[in-house]
Write a protein that binds this ligand. Sequence first.
Ligand code: NI
Length: 267
Amino acid sequence: MQTVELFFENLWQQYTAINPQAEAIHDLLEQRGETVVNDHVALRTFNTEKLGIDALSQIFIAMGYQQKGEYDFIAKKLRAYHFEHVENPNHPKIFISELLIEQFSPELQTIIQEIDAQVEEAEIQSDEFLYSGRPWDLTFEQYIQLLQESEYAAWTAAFGYRANHFTVSINHLTTFFDIDTLNQFILDNDFALNESGGLVKGSPEQLLEQSSTMAPLVNLEFKASNHLIPSCFYEFAKRYPMESGRLYQGFIAASADKIFESTDSKK
Ligand code: NI
């Protein structure tokens, strides 16, 4: 069992290896004198018994995390939970979503079952599994087949286990007072932001504002060929206090629904 800090360091290294954009933005912020704190990290999976949220979250529970909010994404056929660290609120929250495969075609379900069959149950219990990448074979034809039904299914099958995004906590920044100023800074440095649902998702009234970059293309290895496909993105979140004075820690399903589209190849 590694420490929470080391786990996130390993996850960050794997994430920035294919998403140097995040490291570049992170460095730009640090050059301004900021210390970047992560609001949350997001992971994607399929809802099979072996690979579902219940199985994957065991490692976080062992690290001192507790399950909190539940979110449904009807149109995208996804479910998600968020987890918070019980003792240390400065550890990033975890947002894990899973594809509800029984709601898709028999063809999609067959591909996911083939994927699932290639993973050993013992592998999942290792904390390294969540930054181990893709433990199964996937052809580009299968990727395209999944893409026709679900962008999320295609991304998860292609990239496997890694952070889909890290999220900068705007509340912890000292030289940006609002999300608009930060978005402008990102745009001025020539990074593209996700415009689905507007640059800013959510509002102060909803107690959470979010924005994200668009995932850059990466040359990914498939079985027998390589192809350029959208990879991971970087997110920015500002939280507002509840009536109790404590910052809201949950997520807004309608906003997350648009954030998912940051890996959309059609955008
Ligand atoms: Ni997020």
